[in-house]
Structures are given as structure tokens and as C-alpha cells.
Design a protein around this ligand. Structure first.
Ligand SMILES: O=C(CO)[C@H](O)[C@H](O)COP(=O)(O)O
Length: 233
């Protein structure tokens, strides 16, 4: 089974959590895309839900499938958000933002009664940080912000290169919110909470990809079947 099959299996299990009338947050990335595809088929078959997307890409996908879409302004409280992750640790702390959607992903997750992560089990790590931590920053003052981020990272006991993310064509990546992303190559993050707190107070940092205390559960698909972390029901 390839990684994409595993992602689809995790998405299919998450679909079982959806009940008629639910207000759903729709994640971003290749795993979340499977969930949206499967949800679209259910909606076509008569399921009634209302959804909020975490990115323009997911919004376009969901609309193309005929899924009824809303916004957090119209629907500020959600029942369930299903989203992927770049890393998950056993305490359900996450690194997200590999798809550059971390800001809206965190806002939507925070507005949800439950966030459930779907992923292949290669995303499960004992310590976060092998995946570079995305840090979303405003374009104004980028170099000053980069230095302040480096100091915050150091103060939290971590260290590593901060790389401005670029698109495949070499242009600087711009997020859906009009910001840039610094990817922090930190290696093992010993104290994720401390790092999150340090980054939260850097002027110019809009958001970072440490999701702590947001995920209620995770569905991780592997060759041996599904691993469930936390509570998913
Ligand atoms: O955080 C994300 C986007 O910002 C994604 O959920 C994360 O990158 C995982 O993506 P994929 O399912 O394609 O592996």
C-alpha cells in the first residue's frame, strides 16, 4: 500500500465521525483532500452539513464538489474539524503548515469543539522538529522579524536555520493571508510549549505551526491498520 492509500484510509475513518447537520472545518493538504473528496460523495448522496475551509485551495475543491460552504463569520462555532499534519507526537502536539495554511488551520481548529488529525503513521514522531517548523510572518520588516524569531528560538533552547519559503518557481511564497513563511530547521524540539510561547510574542509573527492542545485525537493509517491517538468519537 502506498502513502496515498494510507492517507485515504485515515480520511475514510474520519468520515465515519460526520453526522447529519454537523458544522465542519475542512483541512488542507493531500490527506485532507481525500476527506473532502469522500465528504463530497456523501453530500451528493444526500448528507446535509455546512463547512468552513482552511484555505482557498480547499474552498475551491469543496465548492467544485457541491459541498455547502460557510465562513467563520457566519458560522463561528464548528462541531468537528478534520485536518492533516506534518508531525504528530504521542501527546497530540502537532507541527502543521507544510501546505502554508497554518494560520487559517489554527483559527478553524480553535473554533471547533473537536479537531481530529488524519495522517499516515509516518507522521508519528517521539519528538517534534524533524519537519521544519513553519512560522508565518508579515512581509513588512522581514529581516528584523527573522532576527527576533532567531532570538526567541534560542531563548526557548532551540537552534537552527530559518529559511524563507519559496515556491517551486523560485518566487517568495505568499500565503492566503498575504504573508511569508520562515521554515525553522530545528531538529528535535525539547520544549514545544516554551517555543510556542516565545514565538507568540514576537512582533511580525502572525502564527506558527506548533498546534498544542488543539487536537482531540488522531487517526494514523499504517500497513498494520489504524492507530488511534486520543479520543476520536
Ligand atoms: O498543515 C498542513 C497544510 O498547511 C497539512 O495538513 C500538512 O502539511 C499535511 O499535509 P499532507 O496531508 O499533504 O501530508
Amino acid at each position: 500500500m502506498n502513502a496515498d492509500d494510507l492517507k485515504k484510509q485515515a480520511a475514510a475513518r474520519a468520515l465515519e465521525l460526520v453526522r447529519p447537520g454537523m458544522r465542519l472545518g475542512l483541512g488542507t493538504g493531500s490527506t485532507a483532500k481525500h476527506f473532502v473528496d469522500l465528504l463530497g460523495a456523501k453530500v451528493a448522496a444526500g448528507l446535509s452539513v455546512i463547512c468552513v475551509a482552511t484555505s482557498e485551495a480547499t474552498q475551491a475543491q469543496a465548492l467544485s464538489l457541491g459541498i455547502p460552504m460557510s465562513t467563520l463569520d457566519e458560522t463561528p462555532e464548528l462541531d468537528l474539524t478534520v485536518d492533516g499534519a506534518d508531525e504528530v507526537d504521542p501527546q497530540l502536539r502537532l507541527i502543521k503548515g507544510g501546505g502554508a495554511a497554518l494560520l487559517r488551520e489554527k483559527i478553524v481548529a480553535a473554533a471547533s469543539a473537536r479537531m481530529i488529525v488524519i495522517a499516515d503513521d509516518g507522521k508519528l514522531v517521539q519528538k517534534l522538529g524533524r519537519f521544519p517548523l513553519p512560522i508565518e510572518v508579515v512581509p513588512f520588516g522581514l529581516e528584523a522579524t527573522r532576527r527576533a524569531v532567531a532570538q526567541a528560538v534560542e531563548a526557548a533552547g532551540a537552534a537552527g536555520e530559518l529559511v524563507l519559503r519559496r515556491r517551486p518557481d523560485g518566487a517568495i511564497l505568499v500565503t492566503d493571508g498575504g504573508h511569508h513563511i520562515l521554515d525553522a530547521h530545528l531538529g528535535a524540539i525539547e520544549r514545544p510549549e516554551l517555543l510556542a510561547q516565545a514565538l507568540n510574542v514576537v512582533p511580525g509573527v502572525v502564527e506558527h505551526g506548533l498546534f498544542i492542545g488543539l487536537a482531540a485525537g488522531a487517526i494514523l493509517a499504517g500497513e498494520g491498520g489504524l492507530t488511534i491517538l486520543g479520543g476520536i468519537e
